[in-house]
Design a protein around this ligand. Structure first.
Ligand SMILES: [Ca+2]
Ligand SMILES: [Ca+2]
Length: 275
């Protein structure tokens, strides 16, 4: 059968389904709550020039090699002014999170992790987006110069329980002073080993020394994150969705017609009983 014929038939089936009142709405993406998703809540942190230093509210540390807490490693936020460090202001709100170190370059990854209230659901597509920034060298408000040449790499993990179910492993390449949007998505079917386990988001500075440097000569290494967003879209059951193929659409049309015939028979029977 030619494609155009199939397409025409497909349209006819959909139009017929709608005319018969069998229309099924397209699935809608629902936001999944993330605490302090834009790092604007700096409560508990100390102010240092255009930075705040400490642990962002709602986020725990991912600290497998103990970098966080050691000399020269700083977490918290930066308020980019659009000229120093970044070519723009923050992608969301006025602040971005920082993962900075100047002493332990190349000694393992570190970052932030948040366990969400939501749990992994069957028949659902998840989409996680995060702005990732490659901070440029610059001078802070107190006149201190920071050499931030190069980029140490990043990773964004979507977790269920302790298991990574999807990730972006450093696929973006940002110029100095630029942000780019990382997207991680996964469709969960009827069966998955982590169903019901708490979802989580992990944002990582890979802390890899840029080419051409050693630890002794390495610039300070920093990755910035902002505007974390997770959505969940329920995937329709195969028998009821409009995303099914032509054969499935015809099947649904037949089901719908049969249902209408049954209703008509019941209505006629009820009418006959009343007379
Ligand atoms: Ca922000
Ligand atoms: Ca840089």
């Amino acid at each position: 059968m030619k494609y155009t014929t199939v397409a025409r038939l497909g349209r006819s089936v959909i139009v017929s389904l709608m005319a018969l009142g069998c229309y099924v709405a397209a699935p809608q993406a629902s936001p999944v709550a993330v605490v302090n998703a834009g790092f604007e809540d700096t409560s508990g942190q100390s102010v240092f020039n255009e930075f705040t230093l400490g642990q962002p509210a709602g986020w725990n540390f991912h600290n497998p090699t103990g970098l966080i807490g050691s000399l020269g490693t700083f977490t918290g936020t930066l308020q980019p002014n659009g000229s120093d460090f970044f070519n723009t202001t923050a992608p969301e709100g006025s602040k971005v999170s920082i993962l900075f170190n100047s002493e332990r370059q190349g000694e393992g990854e570190y970052g932030y992790v948040q366990t969400l209230a939501a749990t992994l659901q069957a028949d659902t597509t998840y989409a996680l987006t995060v702005q990732v920034g490659n901070i440029a060298s610059g001078t802070a408000q107190n006149g201190a110069f920071f050499d931030l040449d190069g980029f140490p790499g990043y990773r964004v993990d979507l977790l269920a329980g302790n298991t990574v179910i999807a990730q972006d492993l450093n696929t973006l390449a940002m110029a100095e002073g630029e942000f780019a949007l990382s997207t991680v998505s996964i469709s969960i079917g009827a069966v998955h080993a982590q169903l019901g386990q708490a979802l989580g988001i992990r944002l990582v500075n890979l802390n890899v020394i840029p080419d051409g440097y050693t630890q002794a000569t390495s610039p300070d290494l920093e990755v910035d994150f902002d505007d974390v967003s997770l959505s969940a879209t329920t995937v329709p059951e195969p028998a009821t969705g409009l995303s099914l193929g032509l054969g499935g659409g015809v099947g649904l049309l037949i089901q719908c017609l049969a249902k209408r015939r049954r209703l008509r028979r019941l209505t006629a029977a009820a009418g006959a009983e009343r007379h």
